[in-house]
Design a protein around this ligand. Structure first.
Ligand code: PMP
Length: 354
């Protein structure tokens, strides 16, 4: 009965529900494998010492957190908006941009929420296929051409791209920004694992929004905290779609602590990047592997010789993301870089599946 009331265009639409379950080695969601350091955990404990932190509504504008983020990037508070993960910012932005039937251009394969949120917000996703034979590199000319032809309300770019791991240079992003008029959203959820950011371009381009998250490099996936940086006008537009009190008080509190101690995370990031390079070398040589795509993120896209590897790893208590049936990623799995020990266990498990 209730089905009759659901929007007709959502028939066949699936909820976003990644695999759950307890796996001793969890390498499926690109989380940070390390524990937060003692200094951070001690600061976090302060939260409950003030009972009003729980009983009062949080600051609905996340003002103190935005100040710290803005200071770090040499912007003003008005250039920042915070969300319940960058997922929420994607949704809020699409909410205020899309009128029914408007188009949104995005790469494919890429982060699934661009499409998901576009459809939920009555938009039409226009996917630009990244070429597997070219390591899924962005074709800048094609992006510009399709965007100008389709006249979308926004263009998403993801760098490093999830799940392919490749990046866009600022030169490439700039050539897109110069050639298209619509808002360009550069999702940098994994930018801490590489050495480039489009944030440097914000001052010159009013239609650029850069998305960042605390979920990956800063190990805060459980608290849900992301933000966008951009010109005041586009940030004000996103704010129109943000629900009241979106960020709970604890997430705001911990986000501020992380901004205060951001350098503490550098050593974790160095280890992850070193482990990434070590894993690429080793996994590339395995018998069951056809190819490991170059990656500048905290995960690897691995093309295997069969489509049963994710299942085989799961039986050995290792959860990875299975893309093996995706038409543009046949036989591929995506593996998060874990601790050295987890990575060694992954290598052993892969060897045993040969
Ligand atoms: N962008 C990309 C490219 C991602 O991979 C993810 C998480 N998988 C997100 C955004 C969302 O991150 P969060 O909502 O946790 O900030």
């Amino acid at each position: 009965m209730i089905k009759n009331y659901i929007r007709k265009d959502l028939s066949g639409f699936q909820p976003y529900e990644p695999e759950l379950g307890q796996y001793p080695i969890k390498l499926d969601a690109n989380e940070n494998p390390f524990k937060h350091s003692e200094v951070i955990l001690n600061e976090i404990n302060e939260f409950t010492k003030d009972p009003f932190n729980l009983s009062r509504y949080p600051d609905t504008t996340s003002s103190e957190l935005k100040k710290k983020i803005a200071k770090y990037w040499h912007f003003k508070k008005e250039n920042v908006v915070c969300g319940v993960g960058s997922d929420q910012i994607i949704d809020c932005l699409l909410k205020v941009l899309i009128e029914p039937g408007d188009k949104i251009v995005m790469p494919s394969p890429s982060f699934s929420m661009y499409k998901h949120s576009t459809v939920l917000n009555h938009g039409v996703p226009i996917e630009i296929t990244l070429d597997e034979a070219n390591n899924y590199a962005y074709d800048i000319e094609a992006i510009i051409k399709i965007t100008n032809e389709q006249k979308p309300k926004a263009l998403f770019l993801c760098s490093p791209n999830n799940p392919t791991g490749n990046i866009l240079s600022n030169k490439e992003i700039e050539s897109v920004l110069k050639a298209v008029d619509c808002p360009v959203i550069v999702d940098e959820a994994y930018a801490e694992f590489t050495h480039t950011t489009a944030i440097d371009l914000i001052n010159q381009y009013e239609h650029l929004v850069v998305l960042r998250t605390f979920s990956k490099a800063y190990g805060l996936a459980g608290l849900r905290l992301g933000y966008a940086l951009g010109h005041k006008d586009i940030i004000d537009a996103i704010k129109l779609g943000v629900p009241p009190y979106n960020l709970n008080a604890f997430a705001q509190f911990v986000g501020q602590i992380i901004m205060d101690y951001i350098d503490v995370y550098k050593s974790d990031l160095d280890v992850i990047m070193k482990e990434r390079d070590r894993l690429i070398d080793i996994i590339n040589k395995l018998e069951l592997v056809e190819k490991v795509y170059p990656s500048e993120a905290n995960f690897l896209l691995i093309k295997c010789k069969k489509d049963t590897i994710a299942k085989g790893l799961k039986e050995k208590d290792i959860l990875v993301r299975d893309f093996s049936k995706h038409p543009n990623m046949l036989n591929c799995i995506r593996v998060t870089i874990g601790t050295e020990e987890e990575n060694n266990q992954l290598i052993q498990a892969l060897k045993s599946l040969e």
